[in-house]
Design a protein around this ligand. Sequence first.
Ligand code: SF4
Length: 359
Amino acid sequence: MNDSAHVSHDAAHDAAGRGPIDEVLLAEPRGFCAGVDRAIEIVERALKRFGAPIYVRHEIVHNTYVVNDLKAKGAIFIEDLAEVPPGATLVFSAHGVSKAVRSEAAQRGFQVFDATCPLVTKVHVEVAKLAREGYEFVMIGHKGHPEVEGTMGQLTEGIYLVEEVADVAQVQPRGSKLAVVTQTTLSVDDAAEILAAVKARFPHVREPKKQDICYATQNRQDAVKVLAPAVDVVVVVGSPTSSNSNRLRELAERLGTPAYMVDCAEDLQPGWFQGLGHGARVGLTAGASAPDILVQHVITRLRELGAVAVRQVQGVTEDVHFPLPRGLGDRSMNEAAAAAATAATAATAATAAVDPARS
Ligand code: SF4
C-alpha cells in the first residue's frame, strides 16, 4: 500500500496518516436499471419537447437526487391528480398506476406519458388476462408501496396482499382458481419462502411462467451475495423509500456483514469504519434507482477516509433497453451510437482512475 496516497488528515486516520479502509470493492451490476433509465429519460424528453412544467405522479423513481434534479429542470411531483391543471402533461412514475388513476387522468384530459417500467406492465397485463379467465390472486409485496397499489389496483376485488409467511393463513379466496404475482423489487429469498407457504396452502396455485422479481433486482442481490462475504462493511447507495436498495442492505446483513444505506456521500459516518483494523475492505453497491454520480461521490469520500484502492468485482453484464413511449421519439441509431461511445469513454476513464495494481 502506498501511504503517500493519503493526503487527508480526517479524524478517522491514525497517527501515521492511514485511514481504516484499505480497499473499496464495487459490486457489479449496481445502480440504474433499464426501467429507471427509461423513466428519467421520459421526463427529460417531455420537458424538452413541451417545456416546464411537466407533472409527474409520485416520485418518478425513488431517489432524492434524481427527483431534485428533475424538479430543478421544471418537473412538479404530485400524488393527487386534482393538483394537475387542465391540459397539462402528466407522467406516471416507473412504479405504475392503478386502473382508477389511469381513467381519472383520461377523464381530466391530460396528455399522459407512461413511465411505468415494462416489467411492471407485464405483471399488470398478466393480472388482467388471468382475471378474465376467472382467477383470483395472491400478491406478494409491501403494503403501501406504489407498485403494489398499482398492481392491486388493476382489479377492484379478488387480489389479496401477503407481506410475510404468516399472512398466507389469512387469505380466503372465494373461488378455486388462484394465481400468484409479486412486486418486482422484493428479496428473492423472502419471496421464495412466502411462495412456498402459498403453495403449501394452495397446492394448485398458478405461478408466473417467469418470476415477477425483475432481472435488475435479482442481479443486484446476486452481486451482494458475492460482495458481502469478501468485505468488512457494505455501503448501499439508495434513498430510504427505495425498495430494492433496502433489500440489498438487508441481504448483506443477513450474510453477516454490517451494512448501511446512504442517500448521498454526506451520510457516510467515519464511525462505521473505526475498529476494523488495517487492510479493511468496504463493499459498495447501489440500488436500481441510484445514479452513478452518487457512487462516485461516495468513492471520493471513502478515499478521504483512507481508502487506497478501488476494485470492481466481476459480475453479470446487463444489456437491457426499453423503448420510449410514442410521442417522445425513440432512441435513434445515432443517439444509441453516441451513448455507447460516451459509455465507452467513461469506462476507460473509470478504469484509468482505478488503482492499476488492483484493477
Ligand atoms: S427495478 Fe426492475 S421493475 Fe423496477 S424499474 Fe428497474 S427493471 Fe423495472
